[in-house]
Structure formats: C-alpha cells, structure tokens
Ligand binder design. Structure first.
Ligand SMILES: [Zn+2]
Length: 420
C-alpha cells in the first residue's frame, strides 16, 4: 500500500486529503476518495468567495484524473453546495478541478496541450475521450486563462481580419496584437456590429490607447475604427495587398489560357494549366519542375511573365518596408499602369485609392506574417474543429492555439531534466 503522501503527489491533489484508493471491481478503474482539508473553508465554485454551507448538493461526484500507468483513474469526493451571496446555491470550489468540469486540472491541461500538438484521433484514443468532450475542455481552459489575465490590457498596435470558413459562407472576424503576436479576440460575422462588440469589450479608455490598426481595405472596418479609436492610424495590411496582386495575376493566366484554347493551341493551353502553382508560389519555395515551368512561361508568353514579375515586385516592396519601399511603390504604380494588362491597370487604381493606408503600413513596419499565419492556422483548425457543432468551439480552439492559452504539460511548469 502506497503512503498517503505518495498518493497525494501521484494524483496531483496536494491541497486535499486522500482518504483511500481502491481498484473498483466492476470497472477495474482506480478510484481515489478525497476530501478538502479539515481547515479548508467552503467557497463558491463560480466566484471563489467564502460562503456558508447550503446543502449536500447531489452528493458524491467523480472527476476523471490522469491514468495511473495504463489504468483510468477517478477522484471521488463530496460536492456540497454553498449559499453564495451573488450566485445563490452553488457547488463548492475544489482544488483539483475547474468548476462544472468532469475532469481534473491535470487532465484538462493534458487534453488542451495535446489538441494543439497532435492529431485529433491520436488524442481521442490516447485519452479515451470523445471529441465533443475535447471541445468542452478547450472552452473552459481558455475561459480560465482569459479570466486570470485581461487579454485586452496594454493594446497599442492591433490587426483586424476577416477569415472565411465553410467555403466562404461563414466568417470570423479576428483581432491580433502586433506586439505579442497573439490572437486576442474572434467572433462570428463580418459586419460593423461584430466589430463594435470588440471595441465595446475594450471600453473607451483602451480604445484611445490604440495607435495603429492594420486591416484589409474594407470601408466598414475603416468607418468603425475611425469612430472608435480616434488616436489610431489605419494601415492596409500588406498580406491583403499581395493577395490582390495574386488575384490579378490569376486573371491574366486565365485570359491567356482561354485565348490559347480558342486559338486552337491545345498543347500550349494544357501546359499552361499546369503552371498555376509555379506562378502562385514564392520563388524561393519553387520545386525544380516549377522553376522550369516559370522559365518556359518567360520564353513563350511575355505578357503572362510580365504579370508574374509585377506580382513578385509588389511582394518584394511590401516585404521591404520603410521609405525605400514607398519610393519603389511609386515606380511600381507607373509600371503597372503602363503594363497593358487590364487586371494590373485596375490593381494600380485600387492601390492608389488605398495608398495612404498602404504607405502607413510600410512606414510603421507592421508584420504581415502575423495576419497571414493566423489566417492560415485558423483554416487548419477549422478542419480540425469539424465535429464541433458550434463556431464558439472553433474560436476557443483558435484562442488556445494562437492566443497563448495552451497550458504546459501537467507537472512541467518549469523546464525539467530529461531522463534517459
Ligand atoms: Zn459566487
């Protein structure tokens, strides 16, 4: 029989008393009966305020704890209710689990850590839980983290973006903090009202402290930002500007392909069809075959290659930033306007229209990578969140992963030596 102290340590209940541990006959599970220490005062499970005992609640309850070796383990304890002045009769706070949770802190944290580090099926098999349980765990871990520290304190440079999911039918509006690189807020929708809720959460004073806001060029975003954050300069996010150029290039590629097809140049059209990725990808990421494609385009179709160069040049300018980038942008606009490519003439017009915002982004050196990577990651998470019924779970998952709420592995809050 293990000593009581060893059990406390193994179960991670150092602030409770272990009464006994048994292997349950029918299930084969280890069940550890625990209780609050004798000197512990009863507190409301929701607010933590000390309160008077109300009744015994629903009696004994169980919480799933970390497995002991290969055996599932549960903690079992009385869960009386207190009469909270604010919340009325509420189950007491226990030191081993979050309020209303069926799992211990350690179990929740392990599940939350795994969800951001491994595949969905691996997690469910390893922990022997359903995916919807994971959704509930993620929700409470994130809510707990956001309750402990206000995520909106000290904001000064933020980025806003709309992310489409469900094949463009649904949108999330997100806010990132350019200083910490974290996702700080997300909500379903992409209307002025959606954005208003974010600034409502911030409150008047914190809105006035915001100096820079990066976003795509949507007018409705500009309107709300100007109305709510009077001290902020609005920057057009470079990631979106590059996207516009990619779209213009794609238009030229399609035109060229259609012309080739109609002109009876089938072989040429086919070859062109396979060149999409070579044109899309950043040159440093091209495979050898794609590099070959690009060289072929340069040789056989000067018009399409010019479109490619225009896109790449604009991308280089956006990455360069600073006053050199602003000078180069001026030259680029002249080149695009003279390019005889309607898609790029149109793009030059759009960039001129948004020039103040684009130049502000170049001047203030805001990172496009943050918006871009958040955007990409949320799409990945959306695929993962398939099976979660509500978008709120997707939001919690995104905040867990990109908002800095992923807990360390249980028992490893400080770096530990590795053994063997
Ligand atoms: Zn309370």
């Amino acid at each position: 029989m293990l000593g009581v102290n060893v059990w406390r340590s193994v179960l991670g209940v150092d602030r409770a008393t272990v009464i006994e541990s048994v292997v349950e006959d029918e299930s084969g599970f280890v069940v550890a009966r625990v209780r609050l220490r004798r000197d512990a005062r009863l507190c409301c499970g929701r607010c933590g305020r000390v309160a008077r005992r109300y009744d015994r609640g629903e009696g004994r309850r169980r919480w799933r704890a970390l497995d002991l070796g290969t055996v599932p383990c549960y903690l079992e304890a009385d869960a009386p209710r207190v009469d909270c002045p604010e919340h009325g009769p509420t189950v007491i706070r226990v030191p081993w689990a979050r309020h209303d949770a069926g799992h211990t802190y350690a179990f929740d944290d392990l599940a939350a850590w795994l969800v951001t580090h491994t595949a969905k099926s691996t997690l469910c098999q390893l922990l022997r839980i359903a995916w919807r349980t994971v959704g509930a765990i993620v929700d409470r871990v994130v809510a707990d983290g956001r309750g402990a520290q206000d995520p909106f304190d000290g904001l000064s440079r933020i980025g806003l973006d709309e992310i489409s999911y469900k094949k463009g039918h649904r949108y999330l509006l997100i806010a990132v903090d350019h200083d910490t690189g974290r996702l700080i807020w997300a909500a379903v929708g992409k209307t002025k009202a959606t954005l208003e809720t974010f600034f409502d959460l911030l409150g008047e004073q914190r809105c006035q402290q915001i100096r820079l806001v990066s976003a795509d060029a949507a007018e409705w975003i500009a309107e709300v930002v100007h109305a709510r954050c009077q001290n902020a300069t609005l920057c057009t996010d470079g990631f979106h500007v590059v996207q516009w150029a990619t779209d213009a290039l794609d238009q030229v590629r399609r035109e060229t392909w259609n012309q080739a097809r109609r002109g009876g140049m089938k072989a040429f059209a086919d070859e062109l069809k396979g060149s999409r990725y070579a044109l899309w990808k950043n040159p440093e990421n091209l495979t050898e075959r794609q590099q070959g494609k690009l060289a072929w385009i340069a040789k056989v179709n000067a018009r399409l290659y010019r479109a490619y160069l225009l896109k790449e040049q604009l991308r280089a300018i956006i990455r360069l930033k600073g006053s050199d980038a602003i000078t180069m942008l001026k030259a680029w606009l002249a080149w695009a306007s003279r390019s005889k490519l309607p898609a790029f003439v149109e793009l030059a017009r759009k960039i001129r229209k948004n020039r103040a915002g684009i130049e502000a982004a170049l001047t203030h050196n805001l990172s496009n990578a943050l918006i871009e990577s958040t955007n990409t990651k949320i799409r990945v998470l959306h695929r993962m969140a398939f099976g979660f019924k509500k978008p709120e779970h997707l939001i919690a998952l995104a905040l867990l992963d990109r908002g800095g709420y992923c807990p360390p592995l249980p028992g490893r809050t400080t770096p530990q030596p590795t053994h063997g």
